[in-house]
Write a protein that binds this ligand. Sequence first.
Ligand SMILES: [Zn+2]
Ligand SMILES: [Zn+2]
Length: 190
Amino acid sequence: MFSTFLWKIFPIPPKRLNFVRASELCMELNNLKETVKQIFTEYLRVNGHRKTSERYAILDAIYSIKGHFNIETLHALLLNEEKFRVSRATLYNTIELLLDAKLVIKHQFGTSSQYERSYKMDTHHHLICTACGKVTEFQNEHLQQDISALPMKRFQMSHYSLYIYGTCAKCQSQKKHRKTITPNKIRKET
Ligand SMILES: [Zn+2]
Ligand SMILES: [Zn+2]
């Protein structure tokens, strides 16, 4: 009885709704991976580079990552999740090709170089904590409007990103905590 009642409210059961959404997302990701594969194939062909299985596996792994990564995290992902062993030299070499093909973008967050997939990625900005290195992404419509309204004479903008450096909430509270416990500690020791 209860289930027929639910059926009236939700023509598709809620669980199935989640399933439909998940499979849609999975299909979107597969389409995206297929498109970037085609772009990469064309890039390799035009520039006379070899189409190796390693290069495609790296591209696939990169488009499975949400957010930023460095060479070490990519190396570990390929090895653990995809069971694919590639040398760091191959990784660097393929990343260079993907940067040139505009399928990946490189960020310099303070002292660390990080990468991110770029095809069909919305413009976003980065808050970088200089204490722990944490990177948080944000989007802002006003900024977007202002930048597209900027006069750029004889310059065709392809993309942009804003880096804001500072201290994250966790590091701020740790700093405060350190300040409040230090006097007691000193008193005890003396
Ligand atoms: Zn921090
Ligand atoms: Zn980002």
